[in-house]
Design a protein around this ligand. Structure first.
Ligand SMILES: Cc1cc2nc3c(=O)[nH]c(=O)nc-3n(C[C@H](O)[C@H](O)[C@H](O)COP(=O)(O)OP(=O)(O)OC[C@H]3O[C@@H](n4cnc5c(N)ncnc54)[C@H](O)[C@@H]3O)c2cc1C
Length: 386
């Protein structure tokens, strides 16, 4: 049974460490210049066009893509280092992150040549924000129940329906949307969906905000009312998008952002415990570090396997399942470990502020990008258990 679970033994190669130093120096300069505050996650706007352009100029967006499209032909492991350092620093990557992680790779694989030449270099320069148009009011986990319709007309398609939970739609340039072009069939209920590149400025698209309990405006409802999408914006096979949507999710699920979203509270824990923690603090912190180290080894392994052209769907799902639960529980664990510290501990105020924020965002961590139950279904299927 274990033969189907394969985490290759991968370590980050030497060139990654030189890159890590370069990224850290860049981020330190940005922090010193006041671009963002690593100790106040969620307080600044993580959408920062000028910052994204500077990241693009460093060659760190689309860095694994071919040079002819503005990429740098670097490895997935090098990209891993950049993602990890940016996440740990709480850098404002909202504008470019989705395009870099998953929309660009889909375009690279399925878009017509003239679209690749037009759009990919602009993503690499940090100029374009992409969003994922998958979930609908009655189709979240069950993606293949999507009903938003793309109807064939002269020269293209007319889109009608509603997407929901669309992160960043209010600032986006483009969506990669999954729309129904035919009914599903008896033999294959996944049949009938097609993926489209949608220009968010198209007439007939309305973006309505959905606010989270933390007060943040991250996601939206997107309503399509006869919005026109031209023929050359179809991505891949008509009616057969389920294959490409599934492989897109493998990229979405296994990166370091899947266990580092509340990492700032661990840094605050270390600051609060100080250089000589008591036995309870040291033991608690030791456990957290060991768990994090294991998660990271698993996640690096998936990055290495993606680089080698493998499709580690089960392993990626496992990283997201274990990783998101870990980051979700972290604020509570840090609260327990700091409960008996002297009230005058130097960073008490930042610690409390960060714990409050991390606690409020924690519920979403095991929902976004596929819920725990859905991931476990994928893992069980991969292990031949269902
Ligand atoms: C912060 C955030 C950002 C998001 N951003 C985007 C985005 O940019 N684009 C986008 O398209 N979507 C986005 N989503 C949506 C997200 O992908 C969905 O919320 C998620 O897939 C779950 O779908 P749902 O909300 O419809 O819940 P449902 O599918 O209705 O699930 C409700 C509950 O039932 C469980 N459940 C459902 N089916 C099964 C099953 N077969 N077996 C066992 N349990 C099951 C689920 O695990 C869950 O606990 C985002 C969500 C969040 C929280």
């Amino acid at each position: 049974m274990t033969a189907v679970l394969q985490f290759d033994q991968i370590r980050l190669p030497g060139e990654c460490e030189a890159l890590r130093e370069e990224v850290r120096a860049f981020l330190a300069e940005e922090i010193a210049a006041g671009t963002f505050d690593p100790y106040r996650p969620g307080h600044g706007d993580s959408h920062n066009p000028a910052f994204s352009r500077r990241v693009g100029a460093k060659g760190w967006i689309g860095m694994t893509w071919p040079k002819q499209y503005g990429g740098r032909a670097r490895s997935f492991l090098e990209r891993y280092v950049v993602t990890e350092e940016f996440r740990v620093a709480n850098a404002p990557v909202r504008l470019h992150f989705v395009a870099d992680r998953q929309s660009g790779p889909v375009l690279l694989k399925y878009a017509p040549e003239h679209i690749k030449q037009d759009i990919l270099p602009r993503i690499c320069r940090g100029e374009l924000c992409f969003v994922i148009g998958m979930s609908e009011p009655n189709s979240g986990s069950d993606l293949f129940a999507a009903t938003t319709k793309a109807t064939k007309v002269d020269g293209g398609f007319r889109i009608n329906g509603t997407k929901i939970w669309t992160s960043n739609a209010h600032i986006a340039d483009y969506m990669l949307g999954l729309f129904r072009t035919s009914p599903s069939t008896k033999e294959n209920r996944r049949h009938g969906l097609t993926q489209f590149l949608v220009d968010m400025k198209t007439p007939g698209i309305a973006v309505n905000p959905v606010y989270q309990m933390s007060g943040q405006h991250d996601f939206n409802e997107v309503v399509f009312d006869d919005a026109f999408v031209p023929d050359d914006h179809v991505l891949g096979e008509i009616d057969g998008a389920w294959k490409q949507a599934t492989s897109e999710l493998a990229y979405e699920r296994s990166g370091p952002e899947r266990f580092l979203e509340t990492f700032y509270v661990m840094l605050e824990l270390i600051r609060a415990l100080g250089p000589e923690p008591d036995l309870r603090g040291a033991e608690g912190l030791g456990r957290l570090v060991a768990q994090l180290h294991t998660l990271r080894r698993m996640s690096v392994s998936v990055a290495g396997m993606l680089h080698a052209g493998k499709e580690p769907v089960v392993e990626g799902s496992l990283v997201k399942d274990v990783g998101t639960i870990w980051e979700q529980k972290l604020p509570n664990r840090v609260r327990e470990l700091t409960a008996f510290l002297a009230p005058e501990a130097g960073n008490r105020e930042t610690l409390e502020e960060q714990l409050a924020f991390a606690t409020m965002i924690a519920p979403k961590l095991t929902i976004q990008g596929g819920t725990t139950e859905i991931l476990r279904g994928i893992i069980a299927r991969g292990l031949g258990l269902r």
